[in-house]
Each structure stands twice: as structure tokens, then as C-alpha cells.
Design a protein around this ligand. Structure first.
Ligand code: GLY
Ligand code: MN
Ligand code: MN
Length: 462
């Protein structure tokens, strides 16, 4: 790796994180970063992304490295690049230089790791080659986190405790990421007037992210078919009557994510039906954020959004009945089928490699209810958490044409009224929210979300 841009406080923060880990678990832990995954020949690789658990304690996206954490100390294991590598990669930082930057207590070549594995715990990495090395060096089958046995579960629980509530360094990085994602969304709105396809809008947005030496924190969604929740196609032509749903986030060079969605009209002006639904989703979004503070259950925030959407759809004549009863029977989920959001940190759905061990408070499990099954976070909010708030409205054919849903909800949908909203396929408004001691700080607040402000941006062009 070449010289990274890191803050002066990084090594102090890393020291603090491993001290806190030592307070939570005494067993020594080894965490691997992972390696490159090749395409058609070894040197043609997919972009490298270090394991987030490694990044949290090692700070830098080191390739093929491992760290051993014990009693607040960090030992770094990695090989120096062979001399011939400089022909292709330039002069790279040495193990000992990296050890200084991250404040490692000792640094060794990778071969030394095998002698330091007694009684250690770990977390399975995502890339299969490193995973095999992990099992081989530890001489045991490392279970994936959901099946982890006692020894590794203690480490997982400790890491969840630490990563759920962010320290100052993490919040600084999350804010950097949010700032760039905000600019990317503004660029996408401004590019729309002259763009002919979704791909051109995506290019304008990702161009901002890459120009800041960041990358995207997940595959961007930039689509006129917002009803396809994770749409990754960009070829559609933009038509004046379309809405564009753009769900695009940035990732800093140290791995911290943002996750923003905005929806705007290609023409620069929402139709009356689009306005009605947009404003309803915005009320749900704003009311959720206004009710968030430490101690509040995130599940209740989800149910609050569900109730507001159900009320609004009753007012618009799309749903029939009492809003509370409609939520009870999950009728809101016909149009808002996902959860209100998730935790955000080193990954966009932070720590979801751990299944629900991070997202769900111990003792709680996923509901199998249609309206709650995609709730990714079911914990009381705590100061230092960063979560997304992302209510939406979608007309998903797979839901609305599903015979069993049509049968179950036939008494509560006014299909004729719904047909009048045919130009509203998908709307989502998503912001990143830090829970503070007393309430919230919206990290992405510099990106307007009021309808008139969005229209002004789309029409501003420069
Ligand atoms: N960008 C994926 C999500 O919002 O959850
Ligand atoms: Mn999200
Ligand atoms: Mn998103």
C-alpha cells in the first residue's frame, strides 16, 4: 500500500478501540483483512475491500494482513512487498512503516502467525481464499457468524457492542462520506435536464464520488423503475413523466459509508399525483426523525412510518379502513414493503455479515409478518448509533399482482383510485441519522428533501 491520508488521531483511536475490546473479552483474537479476488489472470483483480472488522481495529485497508489483539495490544502480521513488485506498483509502505501509522505494538511476517494461534477466536472473512487460510492456520473449521460457537460468539458480541455506537474518529469519517454523497446527489439532479439515460445521471453522481478519491459504498441505484427495490440497470431512457429514484452512497478511503436516496422528476416538476405521494413519504421521514432519541425503539419508528403511510393512503383514497388496523394487518407493506432502515458504519448495512447478531437486541428475532420481516434493526436507539431513515412508496408488480395478497387485502384497496397514481412507481427518501445524547443530527441534512427545493435543484443545471 502507498501512503494513505490518515488523521493524526487515528493511532490513538485504534489504541482506544482495542483497549475497549480487551475490557469486553479477554480471549486473544485474530482478524484477517482478506485479499484480492482475481478476474481472468492474477493481476487483474476486482477492487479490494478489507474486512470491516479488521478495518475497525487496524484502521487501514491492508491487503493480505492479519492482526492479533490481546489485552489491548495489537500485533500486525503482513509481508513486505517483494522488490520486483515496485515495477508495477511503485514503492510501497513497509510493514514497519504501517505498524507505526496504526500504532501496532509489534509487527511480524505472515509466517509467524501460525505460532500465535493458541486459544484464539476470530470472525469468518467473506473472501473464500482467505477463509480457507483462516481455517488452515487456526486448524479448525471457522463457522460463519450465525453458526458461531461460544468461543467466537463472545468476540462477535464484543465487536457488535463497539461498532454499534461510533467514536469521534468514525463520526468524522461518516461525515466526510455523507458530504461527498450529498454533492453526488446534487450533481445527479443537475445532470438530469440534459441526460438521456439513467446511466448518464449515474455517471454524474459517481463521478463526484470518484473525484473525491472515494468509491461507492454499494452498487448505485439510479432508475426510473424505483419499484424494483435494488435495481442495478441503468439503460432506460428518461421520459419527461418519469421519476428518478437515486440511492447512491460514498465510501471513504478508510472504508466508512453513507447511504442516501432522493427521488426527483425528470421534467423538473412533479405531477399532482407524484407530489401527493412524495409529500406523504416526506412526512413519514420527517416525523420518524423528529421522534428519534436514545431509548426509543427503532421498531416503533418503523411502525410510526407504517402508520403515517397508511393514514396518508387512506386520505388519498388508495387504502380503505382505520390506519391502525391497516398496519396491524400489514396493509401498509403492500406499498412500503421494506424496513425503515438499518445501521450504518463501515458498511452500508453495517455488520450484516453477522446475520441479526448486530441488528437485533439479544433475545429478539425477526418477525415473519409481511410488514415486519424486513426490519433490519430491532434495538433501542443509543447515542453514537448512525441509522438510516428511508420510508418509501412503491407499486411493485410482484406484490400487487400476487393472488394471495390480492385476496387477503381485497377489502382494503381501492384499485380504481390506485390506477390514477400510475406515474408513481417508486419514491424513497433516505437520510443518515446520528443519534446524539438528546436527539439526532442528520449527517446528510445538507441535501434538500423538500419537494420545491428538489425541483429548484433539478432545474438549476449548474
Ligand atoms: N442502499 C441500500 C439501502 O438503502 O438499504
Ligand atoms: Mn439504506
Ligand atoms: Mn440506500
Amino acid at each position: 500500500m502507498q501512503t494513505p491520508t490518515v488523521s493524526q488521531t487515528l493511532s490513538t483511536t485504534l489504541q482506544h478501540r482495542r483497549k475497549r475490546l480487551a475490557e469486553l473479552t479477554e480471549t486473544p483474537a485474530i482478524l484477517w483483512s482478506g485479499g484480492y479476488i482475481s478476474r481472468n489472470f492474477p493481476a487483474n483483480t476486482f477492487p479490494f475491500r478489507a474486512s470491516s472488522h479488521f478495518l475497525y481495529f487496524a484502521g487501514l485497508p491492508l491487503v493480505n494482513a492479519a492482526i492479533r489483539l490481546e489485552a489491548g495490544k495489537l500485533e500486525l502480521f503482513m509481508d513486505d512487498a517483494p522488490p520486483e513488485a515496485s515495477l508495477w506498483h511503485g514503492e510501497e509502505l513497509t510493514r514497519s512503516q504501517i505498524a507505526t501509522i496504526i500504532g501496532a505494538d509489534r509487527a511480524y511476517p505472515l509466517t509467524e502467525l501460525a505460532s500465535k494461534t493458541a486459544n484464539t477466536v476470530t470472525i469468518a472473512v467473506q473472501d473464500s481464499k482467505t477463509y480457507q487460510q483462516q481455517c488452515q492456520i487456526l486448524q479448525r473449521n471457522v463457522p460463519y457468524p450465525q453458526q458461531a460457537k461460544e468461543q467466537d460468539v463472545d468476540l462477535i458480541k464484543a465487536i457488535v457492542t463497539l461498532r454499534l455506537c461510533h467514536d469521534a474518529e468514525a463520526i468524522r469519517e461518516l461525515k466526510k462520506s455523507a458530504t461527498v454523497a450529498v454533492e453526488a446527489h446534487k450533481a445527479g439532479m443537475r445532470a438530469t435536464a440534459t441526460a438521456k439515460t439513467e446511466a448518464e445521471v449515474r455517471g454524474a453522481m459517481e463521478g463526484v464520488i470518484f473525484a473525491h478519491n472515494m468509491t461507492t459504498s454499494y452498487n448505485s441505484i439510479v432508475t426510473v423503475h424505483g419499484e424494483v427495490l435494488h435495481n442495478e440497470e441503468y439503460h432506460h431512457a428518461l421520459q419527461p413523466e418519469d421519476l428518478i429514484l437515486a440511492d447512491v452512497g460514498a465510501e471513504t478511503s478508510l472504508g466508512w459509508a453513507s447511504d442516501i436516496t432522493r427521488t426527483w422528476a425528470v421534467s423538473g416538476k412533479f405531477s399532482p399525483t407524484q407530489r401527493d405521494i412524495y409529500n406523504l413519504v416526506l412526512i413519514a421521514h420527517d416525523t420518524c426523525i423528529a421522534n428519534m432519541r436514545p431509548g426509543v425503539e427503532y421498531r416503533d419508528i418503523h411502525l410510526l412510518a407504517a402508520k403515517i403511510i397508511a393514514e396518508g393512503l387512506v386520505d388519498l383514497g388508495i387504502l380503505k379502513g382505520n390506519p391502525a388496523d391497516l398496519v396491524e394487518m400489514d396493509a401498509h407493506a403492500l406499498f412500503f414493503p421494506h424496513g425503515i432502515g438499518h445501521i450504518l458504519g463501515l458498511d452500508v448495512h453495517d455488520m450484516e455479515d453477522l446475520g441479526d447478531l448486530a441488528g437485533y437486541e439479544p433475545g429478539r428475532t425477526r418477525s415473519d409478518r409481511f410488514g415486519l420481516g424486513y426490519l433490519r434493526l430491532d434495538r433501542p436507539l443509543r447515542s453514537g448509533m448512525v441509522v438510516t431513515i428511508e420510508p418509501g412508496f412503491y407499486q411493485v408488480p410482484a406484490i400487487l399482482n400476487n393472488p394471495s395478497f390480492r385476496d387477503r387485502y381485497r377489502g382494503v384497496i381501492n384499485w380504481d383510485k390506485l390506477a390514477q397514481f400510475g406515474d408513481v412507481r417508486g419514491i424513497r427518501i433516505e437520510d443518515d441519522v446520528l443519534i446524539t445524547e438528546t436527539g439526532t443530527e442528520v449527517l446528510t441534512a445538507n441535501l434538500p428533501n423538500k419537494l420545491t427545493e428538489i425541483e429548484t435543484l433539478v432545474n438549476s443545471r449548474s
